[in-house]
Write a protein that binds this ligand. Structure first.
Ligand code: SAM
Ligand code: DTB
Ligand code: SF4
Length: 333
């Protein structure tokens, strides 16, 4: 065992818990940064040896025109930045994009539909065909498309869906300031349906929407007391898009993202913590600190759903500067 082997300090049994209290989470979030980073490192290196970062590519299949009133979202019809106008993508172009993402080194392909809920019919049949096609390419497949029924969840599971993304976004206390057309409880019920169908859960939130530290802790506590933990936890920082209700909200300090990622890592040691929207505002050092704090996935490709994300070459450079392994290295080193 080497001097730097974290296993000499903590064991797997010690770090996996589902009974976190709000105060514990608040204390973790607010402790001196160096202590937080040290603790996150110990947990991360114990739970996820090898420091591998998963590259996930994202594609918006159905863009804009969404009935929900999420204050942050450019795809909501309630916001003046509604970005509708493009027709929904067909199955083959989506699979072509998935193949291109795989060839560039991604091993997860995430597809988004700006819907309040999935409806049965041609669009859902296409979604199932996309999931099957993405899986046949050897990629993990993730879908985010709002609420769903038990039957839809089980058909998605049969199609081979790896994960369903449905975020809680913020704390229950802050939630009504952000979304009024769908309740927190409905979100939790959707997550239960996904879990019951045997699909893994991708569930996280957004910081920088005017919430307090207690709100952040409250969101993290809800995620970390789920049993099992969500397998995937996206941490977004608000991309303040013109025309949305949150367009004028000031950008979060990059260290706030570092704290959020580190705390998520400590609370959910074995989950994939995804450094998601808002990386362009973080800068190189901010992103590297997030990777050090335990983020082990990024969205890879120059567009998220409707907003921009760092260029592929910039991300390869970033990971190599951080000394972190990702798939593209296999074919490029
Ligand atoms: N309509 C589906 C839903 O909300 O369940 C799926 C798509 S929705 C765009 C997926 C997630 O993207 C949201 O839950 C939110 O967390 C995140 N998101 C959307 N707009 C964002 C923004 N401007 N900044 C940061 N995250 C954002
Ligand atoms: C998640 O939590 N973040 C991604 C993914 N899940 C679907 C989406 C971020 C969207 C950012 C705003 C946009 O590009 O429209
Ligand atoms: Fe619709 Fe999802 Fe955007 Fe909310 S976040 S407005 S549900 S697309």
């Amino acid at each position: 065992m080497t001097l730097l082997d974290a296993k000499s300090y903590v064991s797997e049994e010690q770090i996996l818990r589902h009974d976190w209290t709000l105060n514990e989470v608040k204390e973790l979030l607010q402790q001196p940064l160096m202590d937080l980073l040290w603790q996150a490192q110990l947990v991360h290196r114990t739970a996820n040896p090898g420091y591998k970062v998963q590259l996930a590519s994202l594609l918006s299949v159905k863009t804009g025109g969404c009935q929900e009133d999420c204050a942050y979202c450019p795809q909501s019809i309630h916001n003046s930045s509604d970005v509708s106008g493009q027709p929904d993508l067909d199955v083959q172009p989506v699979l072509d994009r998935a193949k291109a993402a795989r060839d560039a080194g991604a091993d997860r392909f995430c597809m988004g539909w700006a819907w309040r809920e999935i409806r049965d019919g041609q669009s859902f049949e296409s979604m199932l065909a996309m999931v099957r096609g993405v899986r046949e390419l050897g990629l993990e497949a993730c879908v985010t498309a709002g609420m769903l029924t038990n039957e839809q969840a089980s058909r998605l599971a049969d199609a081979g869906l790896t994960a369903y993304n449905h975020n809680l976004d913020t704390s229950p206390e802050h939630y009504e300031k952000i979304i009024t057309t769908r309740t927190y409880q409905e979100r939790l019920e959707t997550l239960h349906r996904v879990r019951a169908a045997g699909i893994t859960i991708c569930c996280g939130g957004i910081i920088g929407m005017g919430e307090s530290i207690a709100d952040r802790a409250s969101l993290l506590r809800i995620l970390a007391t789920m049993s099992p933990h969500p397998e995937s936890v996206p941490i977004n920082s608000l991309v303040a898009v013109e025309g949305t209700q949150l367009e004028d909200v000031a950008a979060v300090d990059p260290l706030e993202m570092v704290r959020m990622v580190a705390t998520a890592r400590i609370l959910m040691p074995f989950s994939r913590v995804r450094l998601s929207a808002g990386r362009e505002q973080l800068g190189r050092e901010g992103q590297i600190l997030c990777l050090q704090a335990g983020a082990d996935s990024i969205f890879y490709g120059d567009t998220l759903l409707t907003t921009s994300n760092p260029e592929v070459l910039a991300d390869r450079e970033l990971l190599s500067q951080a000394g972190v392994k990702a798939n593209w290295k296999l074919s490029n080193s």
